[in-house]
Design a protein around this ligand. Structure first.
Ligand code: GLA
Length: 730
């Protein structure tokens, strides 16, 4: 039993293999948080302390006991109205205009399996792999009922949290804030690790001490954004990659979000993660139900590497779905950087033939094949094939590509609309715009109002119309701007539009996934602008960044690796000088870097020399050989590219019998000093043989002192070494 309720002490204890989470219903019915950390037994309510503290008010129920204050006690569902002045997890505007709110315990239910959330992505599990705890909380005045949902997946060391909010009263109320998780620590000093960035430079890691004064990350863009990723790590000050306590929280949602961390007046820490409360005011009529998207939490007492590995496993195996979840993905060639908008059927077929010769397995036709679309100023929304441009029906082109031995994939940007399109001319009100105001343009396009069912229906039909035209085995789902002008003609209240938009997006994705279970969907939003756990439920891989330069990718992929598995990271080899920053890196370096992801190419093979073609053939063979290890292995960051001269990482098979080490030199100097890369996570006291040299190494020495990288001339030299365990003893 992973969830235990002790009736006498009104204590809920949640166990995963290596962690324990505990909470308690107190004498007044408040749900107090007691403990989250290394697995333990016992009752941890001794951690609660009580003192008469000025300006920390007391609930009426406490009578004249001035030591009982919600302003100091750790809680599961803090709200305004009980005397807690810290940031709340939930805020409600009542029918009388007041914000009073006070949730008390009303019962619980424990069931086998993991809960799902209607209309929203969520971690799933086999019936015997997980348990669900529902805790019922209610405000006795407004009759708002909150069901707190806890999913426990012991073998994954994961606990998920979500909530269902029901208006069981008789009048309409407004939900003003809804966070999926609140974690309170009564003591300790923590660092917040978060991931910031911008278009083409996503997920830079930042580690800052949690201090007095809230640290807030989030997005008000309607998508999870390039600027902040919806995931946070709280690490004890001393925690490193390999040691120490740390916690991760990842929001399974693709829209606006907010993450807050603050050290309070009593040096306690509170972390919250959930929906953004800006541009949010969700109407809840009598009987209405609101579903808060979930947060995945994991704890590691063994440092941040383990924390990442927990998330990787959970997302790879219990969040991603579909035929491709466990498969090595096809090596693809994407047409974007090869020809941008400048192509026709003949040139694409030629690209496919050339790709086939190199061993590439799929050709993806990117932007420009539909409507009037020869640049990025028109055509979005007109999802019908431009046969004049292709010079043939899509089905005929796909036939040729399949005949060349390649699968075929295609690009869509379903959520966007160009003002210069037939769709916009027919339905100008389908774009998000505020009546009487001129909308914000971005990439000269607007966003369709996916909170409206008829818009989602149109997109579904239009996309099916294309997907029926041939053997399409992959869809790249792009979204190239942030939302603005959030006004929906069909909404009763505008404070719901951003949330309903995401629900509409998920509905469209779900309908397409059901209709086309064999299509591999890859997410994209100007690269990694919507790289989140919510999208992974629908698209098991996401184009990691529009920046395909290998050097920048090392930083971007380093940051991404904290929260997301390699199997989710779309990564391609592109031409040099790189199209985003003009940098020249060796072909080998580009391949080694792209192999830390779903491998592919984004270039025109016709422009390659014979030697380069041969090198690419070898790269593909090499990738195919290591792909299962790359996709399923335990991922270790061996260095930090932001502060070290080399970027190195490692994938170790779960049984520790083999591993792959990759490294790229970031600096080159005269009379170079040698870089020793210390390996991690190997079996102790055994021997591993490196494949290419045949040399045998003692595992402990590899982990204690490391392996020296050969010194080579030239910038950004890359190394890849494969080792397997040998049976002879030391
Ligand atoms: C976005 C994507 C690119 C490409 C273009 C096409 O920028 O991230 O990969 O598909 O759109 O317009």
């Amino acid at each position: 039993m992973s969830i235990v309720y002790d009736e006498a002490q009104r204590l809920f204890t949640l166990h995963t293999e290596q962690s324990t989470y505990q909470m308690k219903v107190d004498a007044f019915g408040f749900l107090l948080h007691l403990y989250y950390g290394r697995r333990t037994a016992g009752n941890m309510d001794y951690l609660l302390t009580y003192a008469d503290r000025g300006f920390s008010g007391n609930p009426y129920d406490a009578g004249i006991d001035r030591t009982y204050s919600m302003d100091a006690l750790p809680q599961e569902l803090p709200c305004h109205g009980t005397g807690d002045y810290r940031s709340p997890a939930i805020a409600v505007k009542n029918a009388d205009g007041s914000y009073g709110c006070d949730f008390r315990y009303h019962g619980y239910k424990i069931s086998k399996g993991k809960y799902g959330i209607e209309g929203l992505p969520a971690v799933y599990a086999e019936e015997d792999e997980a348990e669900t705890l529902e805790i019922y909380m209610e405000d006795s005045v407004s009759h708002i009922q909150v069901t707190l949902l806890y999913g426990v997946l012991p073998a994954y060391d994961v606990i998920t949290r979500s909530a269902r909010i029901k208006n069981a009263g008789t009048e309409k109320v407004y939900l003003k804030k809804a966070q999926a998780v609140c974690l309170d620590w009564v003591c300790g000093e923590y660092d917040l690790i978060s991931f910031y960035g911008r278009h083409a430079m996503e997920r830079s890691m930042q580690r800052t001490p949690v201090s007095h004064g809230a640290h807030v990350i989030g997005s008000r863009r309607g998508t999870s954004s390039h600027q902040y990723n919806p995931m946070m790590i709280l690490a004890e000050k001393e925690a490193t990659e390999d040691a120490g306590s740390c916690y991760a929280m990842s929001f399974v949602y693709s829209g606006s979000f907010k993450g807050e961390v603050e050290r309070d007046q009593y040096n306690q820490t509170r972390a919250l993660l959930g929906l953004s409360d800006e541009l949010f005011s969700y109407p809840l009529a009598a009987g209405g139900v609101f579903r808060v998207p979930e947060v995945v939490m994991t704890y590691s007492s063994a440092g941040i590497a383990k924390l990442s590995q927990n998330l990787h496993r959970c997302f790879r195996m219990r969040l991603c779905r579909g035929k491709y979840r466990d498969c090595v993905r096809p090596v693809l060639l994407n047409s974007w950087e090869a020809s941008y908008f400048d192509f026709n059927g003949e040139s694409i077929a030629k690209l496919a033939e050339q790709a086939a010769e190199l061993g590439i397995e799929m050709l993806v036709l990117d932007d420009g094949w539909f409507g009037k679309r020869d640049d990025d100023n028109s055509g979005l929304g007109d999802w019908y094939v431009n046969e004049d441009k292709l010079g043939e029906p899509l089905g005929a082109l796909i036939g040729k590509i399949n005949a060349a031995g390649l699968k075929f994939g295609i690009w869509f940007e379903p959520e966007a609309v160009s003002e210069d399109s037939e769709l916009f001319r027919a339905h100008p009100d389908w774009a998000l715009t505020i009546p009487g105001r001129r909308p914000v343009r971005s990439r000269n396009q607007l966003v369709l109002d996916l909170s409206r069912k008829e818009v989602v229906d149109y997109l579904f039909e239009a996309m099916c119309g294309v997907l029926e035209q041939g053997n399409i085995e992959y869809v790249k789902w792009d979204m190239n701007r942030s939302l603005a002008d959030c006004f929906s003609l069909s909404a009763d209240d505008q404070g719901r539009v951003l949330y309903d938009y995401v629900i509409g997006l998920y509905d469209l994705l779900e309908r397409l996934l059901r209709r086309y279970p064999n299509i591999l969907f890859e997410g994209c939003s100007g690269g990694g602008g919507r790289f989140d756990a919510g999208m992974l439920y629908y698209t098991p891989q996401i184009w990691c960044s529009d920046n395909s330069d290998a050097r920048d990718r090392l930083d971007i992929q380093y940051g991404t690796s904290f929260g997301y598995p390699v199997s989710a990271v779309g990564s391609h080899v592109s031409a040099v000088p790189n199209h985003q920053n003009g940098r020249v890196t060796p072909l080998r370096t580009r391949a080694v870097t792209a192999m830390a992801g779903t491998f592919g190419y984004e270039l025109d093979p016709q422009k390659l020399s014979a030697e380069e073609k041969q090198e690419i053939k070898n790269q593909i063979k090499e990738y195919k050989k290591y792909a299962p290890l790359i996709q399923n292995g335990l991922y270790y960051r061996l260095t930090n590219p932001f502060s070290q001269e080399v970027c190195a990482w490692e994938m170790v098979s779960e049984d520790l019998s083999e591993f792959l080490v990759s490294a790229v030199m970031l600096e080159v100097h005269g009379n170079m000093t040698v870089q020793y890369i210390r390996l991690k996570g190997l079996e102790r006291n055994c021997l591993y043989q490196e494949e290419e040299s045949g040399k045998v190494y003692a595992s402990d020495a590899l982990m204690e002192t490391g392996i020296p990288l050969p010194v080579e001339m030239g910038q950004y030299q890359a190394y890849q070494m494969y080792f397997h365990k040998i049976n002879s003893s030391l």
